[in-house]
Design a protein around this ligand. Sequence first.
Ligand code: CTP
Ligand code: MG
Length: 375
Amino acid sequence: MKFGAVILAAGSGSRFGRDKLAVKLRGIPVWKRSYLAFKEHPAVDQMVIVCSENNFAEIKSEVGEDADVIMGGDTRTASTIAGLWKASQVGCDAVLFHDAARPFVSSEVISRVIDGVKNGNAVAAAIPCSDTIKLSSNTRIQSHLRRDQAIAMQTPQGGPVSIFADAFSKIHEPTTDDMELVSKAGYTTHWVPGDPKNFKITTPDDLARAIVMMGYEHRSGIGYDIHRFSTDASRPCWLGGVLFPGEVGLDGHSDADVVLHAAVDALLGAISAGDIGQLFPNTDMAHRDRASSDFLIEAGRLVAEGGWQIENLDIAIQAEKPKIMPRAFEIRTRIAELLNIDLDRVSVKATTNERMGSIGREEGIAAFAICSISR
Ligand code: CTP
Ligand code: MG
């Protein structure tokens, strides 16, 4: 039996309020977690992702040739039909439909559904209900169900392609799950144990639950840099993205802003992305006299691209001159602005070197930075 997994990712997330499938959990988007769970399952042969206009291009570029990426429809049922059609077109005998909004599906749950489908049945993952379920009409309770007979449906839901094709040819009304459709077409449907962790992200509260379940990942990075004062008395002095008029600047290929360089290295260190010299080689004429604020913006972009948030950035400057503390607030404000983070996440401190060593002899300025990031 050739198994196709159809990841349903064409919804609009109206109850969530924004694109819930693009939200990153520990750096990986919700849809991709769902996709990878099936992609990495040994019994799944073919991947189909059903997308909307909003996420089609991004998902297509992420998965490349590893999956068929197609457009869904206005209802979940329409998206399911599109996925079924694609799976059958590429030769699948059996399909598993999975909500992309259920990123925590385990390989055990997938295996249980697959085992059921191998017997030729339409099978879904489900869990017993812990709450008592009743049928209602507005505020009136209409009928009572025995709790031990109620189950809460999850996905994957699957079965032979032939059953779904037949059901779709007979039933033309939208259904909220695939078992309802199959059973309306006259087939018996079955369930196997799902997992309470395999919940669907529907509202922002569900995302909060997901984050609590996964916990945050934390990292930190350290940066250090030192530059000599220039012998050119007209060279501008940039420190922390702020110009110090009348002060002699530092030597370097770029604007030699030693403070921003240390900050950039701390951020790159936290994401293991090498150092400033690797990213912006000083052999590259494009970086000649370049504003180091550009480097910090790029480092911040790389951090955000990995799904990380900057918790804080703390900088210590060693300089005999110029006096830095009177302008520390300006530096913090500038750095916070370049990284697009709150001011209270950026700290800048300075000290002289008590006239000791090269810094003490006013030969140059050094800076240390440490940052913490999380996702
Ligand atoms: N889905 C789909 N095509 C649709 C509607 C839903 O592929 N036309 C997918 C969703 O992307 C989701 C799954 O079906 O992965 C379950 O649907 P639901 O949780 O209802 O998601 P949304 O429809 O996006 O959310 P809402 O109903 O709040 O708008
Ligand atoms: Mg919906």
